[in-house]
Design a protein around this ligand. Structure first.
Ligand SMILES: [Zn+2]
Ligand SMILES: [Zn+2]
Length: 175
């Protein structure tokens, strides 16, 4: 959703408060692409604190599907975020780039709420995601999810005849 900020920029002391729907359906960045499973509307408050500076605060949360670090099953992770930014509306887009402000959510007088929420969620991205504390992960040999039960790989065949048979099987697999 785009919000046009020219009215509030011209009204010193004015405060607006509103809820905005988030239209994102996925979060993509260098770690991959993650579906958004649920989202709350973002509650935004914009205050003109004078001198064409806007104070932008707000909060919301997104629920994102992220694979478990150990077993890769998708985990539904709720990421709350808090927005607290100052927008100097006197700056041109060019000046913002030169000042290395990372607010590419602002173009001219237009605030891109989805882009802002995207950046906030990235800043709150969880470092570690587990489906459960004692997730057993996947077998490094056969790839079975060990939460669903043992795969049998861990135990080496003790009977030499069984070992011979499994050798034959692995030869078949190589063909
Ligand atoms: Zn897991
Ligand atoms: Zn296995």
């Amino acid at each position: 959703m785009q919000i046009h900020l020219s009215d509030i920029t011209d009204s010193e002391g004015k405060i607006i408060q509103f809820g905005s729907e988030v239209e994102l359906d996925k979060i993509s960045f260098q770690m991959g692409e993650f579906p958004i499973l649920d989202r709350s509307p973002v509650e935004l408050r914009i205050a003109n604190t004078g001198n064409k500076v806007l104070e932008l605060t707000g909060k919301g949360s997104l629920t994102v599907g992220i694979p478990c670090d150990r077993c890769l099953e998708q985990v539904s992770v709720t990421i709350p975020y808090d927005i607290d930014r100052k927008l100097d509306m006197k700056q041109t887009d060019k000046e913002r780039v030169e000042n290395l402000d990372e607010n590419d959510y602002l173009t001219g007088m237009d605030l891109d709420v989805d882009r802002l929420v995207y950046l906030e969620v990235l800043m709150s991205w969880p470092l570690k995601v587990l489906c459960k504390e004692d997730c057993k992960g996947i077998c490094s040999r056969c790839g079975k999810n060990l939460n669903e039960g043992p795969c049998g790989c861990a135990e080496e065949p003790k009977d030499p005849r069984m070992a011979a048979i499994s050798d034959i099987f692995s030869k078949f697999k190589e063909v």
